[in-house]
Design a protein around this ligand. Structure first.
Ligand code: SF4
Length: 418
């Protein structure tokens, strides 16, 4: 590992909870429904996080736990039963129903795994029920996906087929491009988890080679390993460098020579490097502060430093799984300051003291920082945008260069006006 400065911090946090991941998971699996068992606050969060999308029939909802439910478990069970019966009667197309726990359901100790078990017996063969927690007490927003995928693993059948399994939600077009490249490299079975249909879960076993597309899936990885899958350790496919090493690691696991990988990806790399140039002109030498939120921070820092020539002030991350992140950490420059966890007040003090050119942070912190004249980028945008792969490198850089360019234009207009 490079000579890094690793720190831990605890205290008040300012991050989204795991419910947020429903927004991209329900788009990925259109035959699944996500039922949050929570309060009106949870319902508001999910509605506003997904507010950019208009649905005739949304594929997520909330079974509201009222105050009286919080006083007695019996009432909560009744309400849940009523909502589920109504939902299944109205929506026969639902194949998998995720019961998503929240802070309120946790506080009243509602045992959603027992609820799911009973429902599975009642609706045998019609709908599958699985449960996981999206509660803000124990998850940050990308961890919701980790919980959802982990909950599906027991439903996956076994196989001895030699296959590549891409794990982590990707935009469909990005996934298609990755699969085409792996197929051109000669890999015969390439599957994704989560799949596009919740009922078409891939089979797994000792010859399944898992290649992660997202860094926030620690628990999923642990359970896949328990099922015998082999984990391919690699940096994540963000930017040209990360994606190249990601393809190379997969090729090595399938004994495909490096030359073949370069033959397939070199044209993409050349185009991507050219497309990056205009963004690097804006980003070069700019000082970056990443606050912890999505767990993508370390990969983003590596890309923005190594390929966009930004200087890293501090790289925050809500959790650091050193084993999964080892390849990424090795690519960071010496003396990079990494802070795991959060004490939001102290971190904001350090932001103000260091006067960065750009801060990557959650939506709740962006407005106050912008009001103080500090440029920000919402970290949630990275999980909603197709940023993976060599050919997306310039688009990824653009997410960071745009706010700086906009600011430059505004500053020059102000100067002219004055
Ligand atoms: Fe808030 Fe907890 Fe509900 Fe998330 S799960 S919206 S943190 S109450």
């Amino acid at each position: 590992m490079s000579n890094l400065e690793l720190n831990k911090e605890t205290g008040p946090r300012e991050v989204f909870c795991g419910l947020t991941s429903i927004v991209w998971l329900h788009r990925r699996m259109p035959d699944a429904f996500f039922l949050v068992v929570g309060s009106r606050t949870c319902a508001h969060l999910i509605q506003s996080a997904a507010g950019v999308m208009i649905f005739a029939e949304p594929r997520f909802g909330t079974a509201i736990l009222e105050e009286k439910d919080l006083a007695g478990l019996a009432d909560a069970h009744e309400e849940l039963d009523r909502v589920i019966n109504d939902l299944i009667a109205r929506r026969p197309e639902i194949k998998t129903l995720f019961l998503v726990g929240s802070c309120p359901s946790e506080v009243i100790k509602l045992d959603l795994s027992t609820v799911a078990e009973k429902l599975n017996q009642r609706f045998l063969g019609k709908v599958r029920f699985v449960n996981y927690s999206g509660s803000g007490i124990e998850t940050t927003f990308t961890q919701g996906e980790d919980g959802a995928l982990k909950a599906l693993i027991p439903l996956m059948e076994s196989t001895e087929d030699n296959k590549l399994l891409l794990v982590g939600t990707l935009a469909n077009n990005v996934e298609d491009r990755f699969k085409k490249i792996f197929s051109n490299l000669g890999i015969q079975i390439i599957e994704s988890f989560p799949p596009r249909q919740s009922t078409q879960l891939p089979k797994i076993g000792h010859n399944t080679k898992v290649l992660l597309t997202q860094p926030y899936l620690s628990e999923t990885v642990r359970d896949l390993e328990h099922r015998g899958c082999q984990i391919i350790h690699a940096p994540f496919p963000l930017g040209v460098e990360g994606s190249t090493k990601w393809f190379l690691a997969a090729a090595k696991a399938f004994k495909i020579p490096e030359d073949k990988v370069y033959d397939v990806i070199s044209p993409l790399k050349n185009r991507a490097k050219q497309a990056l140039e205009s963004h690097v002109k804006i980003l070069r030498g700019k000082r970056l502060f990443l606050l912890p939120e999505s767990q993508l921070e370390i990969s983003l820092a590596r890309f923005l430093h190594n390929e966009c020539e930004m200087d890293l002030i501090e790289v925050g991350t809500p959790y650091l799984n050193k084993e999964l992140m080892e390849e990424e950490l090795n690519l960071l420059p010496d003396n990079t300051k990494i802070v795991e966890g959060q004490h939001v007040e102290k971190q904001l003090d350090r932001v103000r003291e260091s006067n960065p050119d750009l801060v990557v942070c959650g939506m709740g912190l962006a407005n106050p920082l912008e009001a103080e004249g500090i440029n920000t980028k919402w970290s949630i945008e990275m999980v909603f945008s197709p940023i993976h792969g060599i050919d997306q490198a310039a688009d990824l850089a653009g997410l960071f260069s745009r706010p700086l360019k906009r600011n430059q234009i505004l500053t020059s207009q102000t100067l002219v006006t004055n």
